[in-house]
Design a protein around this ligand. Structure first.
Ligand SMILES: [Zn+2]
Length: 290
């Protein structure tokens, strides 16, 4: 809901700052991605990167939704507890960062339920939100939303609307939307696109946020915030530019590591445009309006 005020910042829709809490070795689909069996032996950087997000958020009095990988939560339970202590929302990014399209429905549901239970046990809070590893759902996983409901989730934030493979799952507007499935209703928080007519451009997360110049991001975000909330997605490693690099093609190297040094400035700019809310808080507001 758009607030009425003479202050431009508070007249805008909210910013949703979302972090996929995983480590530098969780980049999907590249030559150098290590198997799960090697994860425990790799030097971890996630604590360093996440601490910088916590600091940046505190500077802005902002709160975030943190999609924890179950593996990271189990190995670093203090990060989950710290997130709760700072007032952030804990949500799930699955247990082992598996691509949803490669999983059988029963395996997916077990992964979603197990990671949710672990995060609830560690945080002492209800876990309602899910984000898929690599946004990898689509035509081959028509059960995706029903399965999330079966696993106890109330909302998802995995739809990227300029990916044709997501069309069969979601064709709504680029804003938080309730969907009806055979298992009940679920709320979708799609990744925010900059919209130019029917053209949708991914700008406010990961490699896209690092690629576009700050002035353009600021202009596009200000425009979108007059129409809808702005959902940013980012990772701990993106505030830790010294993290180890994985072996990958030149194209993926560019996409994975371009402009890491510019990220703090861009996130500061976006956080300054509007008030922040967690996805869970906005979900509750939507339920009240319903
Ligand atoms: Zn991820």
């Amino acid at each position: 809901m758009q607030k009425q005020s003479s202050n431009p910042r508070s007249a805008r829709h909210p910013v949703f700052y979302t972090v996929d809490v995983e480590d530098y070795y969780h980049i999907l689909g590249v030559k150098g991605t290590p198997p799960v069996t090697q994860w425990d032996s790799l030097p971890a950087r996630v604590e360093r990167g996440l601490a910088r997000h916590f600091d940046l958020l505190a500077e802005h009095g902002a709160r975030a939704t943190l999609f924890f990988l179950g593996y990271i939560a189990r190995r670093f339970p203090h990060l989950v507890r710290k997130a709760v202590e700072l007032g952030h929302e804990v949500a799930s990014h699955g247990f082992y960062h598996q691509e949803v399209r490669d999983m059988q429905r029963s395996v997916f549901e077990a992964d979603a339920a197990d990671s949710r239970k672990l995060l609830e046990d560690l945080s002492g809070k209800e876990v309602r939100g899910w984000r898929s590893a690599g946004f990898t759902m689509g035509e081959g996983t028509p059960w995706f939303f029903s399965s999330l409901l079966e696993a106890g989730y109330a909302y998802d934030s995995s739809i990227v609307q300029n990916r044709p493979q997501h069309d069969t799952l979601f064709r709504g507007e680029n804003r938080p939307t309730f969907l009806t499935t055979e298992s009940g209703r679920i709320c979708e928080f799609p990744i925010t696109m900059a919209e130019f007519g029917s053209l949708k451009i991914n700008m406010f997360g990961g490699g896209y946020l690092r690629f576009f110049p700050a002035w353009l991001l600021g202009r596009a975000a200000s425009r979108e915030l007059t129409r809808k909330p702005l959902l940013i997605y980012i990772h701990p490693r993106e505030l830790d530019p010294g993290h180890p690099r994985l072996q990958m093609s030149i194209y993926r190297h560019f996409k994975s590591y371009v402009n890491l040094s510019g990220v703090p400035r861009k996130l500061t700019l976006l956080l300054g445009l509007a008030e922040s809310l967690t996805l869970g808080e906005h979900y509750e507001q939507l339920l009240l309006q319903d």
